[in-house]
Write a protein that binds this ligand. Structure first.
Ligand code: TRP
Length: 338
């Protein structure tokens, strides 16, 4: 094998420290990421600079930036195997972000659906950062010459724009950036809200949302109240079209126990939702217990957390610096003599 093929492909994703992690984040994304470092060179960062495009309470932002990192580690992202850091600690992001602003068109930014959504939601604060958000995101990705970006459906448009920016820049100045691809994992459950199985589990609907840091009592309550279906048959059968509430609970149960849908149907044969729902809750409580305990443990160990994000930023910066230097040179900035 030659050197190039031995080198692992680079995987990178950013997470906004805007709220606690929930079961959808865990089963749909992070749990799978934990399996990746054997195959890929993985970078994950808290996108704190992106988060301030919407007004934040400073104290809360500071707290969440590290507690969220602790939750990711507790979910299995091993800091020894993944590069974990805070975006603002690697100043190359902001620097390349500015440069890429100058290679991103007003028209392109105007077409971003996230910008349209967020400006409708925060009509009193449609700031420049909200508009140029995708240029910073492109910088996040291109600095590390990432091959793959694991993201949800909602970020595909930003990934597409990143590709266009990279191609545009490469065409002007010669090969500079790797053109990344969105990474859609083969496995990864799509978890819906417990209170409204038609919409994705989301922190904006706390009653239907299973937070990883919820207490067992809180979790038991949420599962007991989970919406099932108003069909007359009232049995546990996998039928996402006619019984979306039950299908969602079966999906969750299957994801945390490894049981197949037919095994689950057999297990609850002849039993009603009154038995099924608490049992799913119990299984989730048991599978989240070690994660929550580990996260609490890490959050309490500030020195450890600081060591993780310090080392992460140092490693990331060494890589980012190389790309940024190349870019400065290509566009005609005078090389810094010190
Ligand atoms: N925009 C992403 C989100 O809202 C977060 C993000 C910032 C990101 N920079 C990134 C994701 C780089 C992937 C790669 O979820």
């Amino acid at each position: 094998m030659d050197n190039a093929s031995e080198k692992k492909k680079v995987m990178l994703s950013g997470i906004q420290p805007s709220g606690d992690l929930h079961l959808g984040n865990y089963l749909g994304a992070v749990k799978n990421w934990a399996e990746l470092p054997d195959q890929f060179d993985c970078y994950y960062f808290m996108a704190d600079l992106h988060t301030i495009t919407v007004r934040q309470e400073p104290k809360e932002l500071r707290r969440r930036s590290t507690t969220q990192l602790a939750q990711y580690i507790a979910c299995g992202l091993d800091p020894e195997k993944n590069t974990l850091f805070l975006q603002s600690h690697v100043h190359e992001h902001a620097e390349l972000g500015w440069i890429l602003n100058c290679y991103t068109m007003f028209g392109e930014l105007s077409r971003m659906t996230q910008f349209k959504d967020k400006s409708a939601k925060h009509a009193d604060n449609i700031n420049g950062g909200l508009f140029t958000y995708p240029a910073l995101m492109a910088a996040d990705i291109l600095l590390y010459q990432a091959d793959y970006v694991p993201v949800g459906e909602d970020q595909k448009q930003h990934c597409e724009l990143t590709r266009n920016i990279a191609i545009r820049f490469n065409n002007l100045y010669g090969e500079t950036f790797k053109v990344p691809e969105p990474y859609i994992p083969k496995v990864g459950a799509r978890i819906m809200s417990l209170s409204n199985p038609a919409s994705k589990m989301s922190k904006s609907d706390p009653q239907g949302c299973v937070f990883l840091m919820d207490s067992p009592e809180e979790l038991a309550r949420k599962f007991k109240r989970a919406v099932t279906d108003s069909d007359t048959e009232r049995c546990v059968r996998f039928d996402p079209e006619n019984k979306p509430g039950v299908a969602n609970l079966m999906n969750i149960y299957s994801s945390v126990t490894g049981k197949s849908y037919s095994e689950i149907e057999a297990e609850f044969d002849g039993k009603g939702y009154g038995v099924f729902k608490p049992q799913v809750g119990e299984a989730v409580i048991e599978s989240l217990r070690p994660i929550r305990e580990e996260a609490e443990h890490i959050i309490a160990d500030k020195a450890y957390l600081q060591e993780v994000y310090t080392q992460g930023a140092q490693k990331a910066s060494a890589v980012a610096r190389r790309t940024l230097r190349k870019v400065y040179k290509k566009i005609g900035l005078v090389e810094k003599p010190f």
